[in-house]
Design a protein around this ligand. Structure first.
Ligand code: ITT
Length: 227
């Protein structure tokens, strides 16, 4: 068992090949004085995601990177789960975009399948992010986050990545694709709940594994009005 006081060193490998994710995780780590080094920059291979849960896939990505580099590695496995589609695409969210990473096509497929199923609106969905922290000499730790909302079509906004333009989190009129990065994954300075699934997972991770005192530049005030 990793001792509870164990803290991350000044640099951590972020075991992702997704530039959108890497950018968010880098922004989340920076206020804690931790530099994020992407797996692609280190030439680390992308392991096949053979798990059947977010947790299993996050762990296998983090462990492969920690093993290859001999340093702690943080991975995220995430996706969007659409209730009327039985939770699909879920762990297959990236795979729905095909080899060419065509998320316009993946979002269109979500709409097509909802229409084909005759699913009544609102179309409820949630994003899940599971962060896994693997130590080269220790166990892998898991930190989960989730945000609920509904789906809007046509997609709106060009910010973020992946399915952001169709996801409107509860309590907001705008989609993630229409929000700034600070709105989507800023960490409230007063310790209240962040908005995005990844930021929520990160809050739990940060509490246990990072030095406190994020800089105000990368925090979000929790009192920001709903849009
Ligand atoms: P890595 O495995 O290299 O990290 P990936 O893109 O293959 O990159 P996943 O297997 O975890 O990552 O797939 C997650 C997919 O879910 C991702 O490609 C997006 O399409 C979607 N997704 C996850 N978080 C998202 C977010 O915050 N906004 C929009 N889409 C998101």
């Amino acid at each position: 068992m990793t001792e509870p006081s164990r803290r991350l060193p000044a640099r951590v490998i972020v075991a992702t090949h997704n530039p959108g994710k890497l950018r968010e995780i880098r922004e989340l780590l920076a206020p804690h004085g931790v530099e994020a080094v992407g797996a692609a920059a280190l030439g680390l291979a992308e392991p096949e995601e053979t798990g059947d849960t977010f947790e299993a896939n996050a762990a296998l990505k983090a462990e492969a990177a920690a093993r290859a580099a001999g340093e702690p590695a943080l991975a995220d496995d995430s996706g969007i789960c659409v209730e009327a589609l039985g939770g699909a695409p879920g762990i297959y969210s990236a795979r729905w975009s095909g080899g060419s990473r065509d998320f316009a096509g993946a979002m269109a497929r979500v709409e097509r399948e909802l229409l084909a199923a005759g699913a009544p609106r609102p179309w409820r969905a949630h994003f899940v992010s599971v962060l896994a922290l693997a130590w080269p000499d220790g166990p892998t730790e898991i930190f989960p986050g989730r945000v609920d909302g509904d789906l809007v079509f046509p997609p709106r906004g060009t910010a973020g990545f992946g399915y952001d333009p169709i996801f409107r989190p509860d309590g907001h009129a705008r989609t993630f694709g229409e929000m700034t990065s600070e709105e989507k994954h800023g960490i409230p300075a007063d310790g209240s709940l962040a908005l995005s699934h990844r930021a929520r997972a990160f809050q739990i991770f940060a509490r246990e594994r990072l030095q406190a005192a994020p800089s105000p530049a990368l925090t979000r005030s929790s009192g920001s009005p709903e849009d």
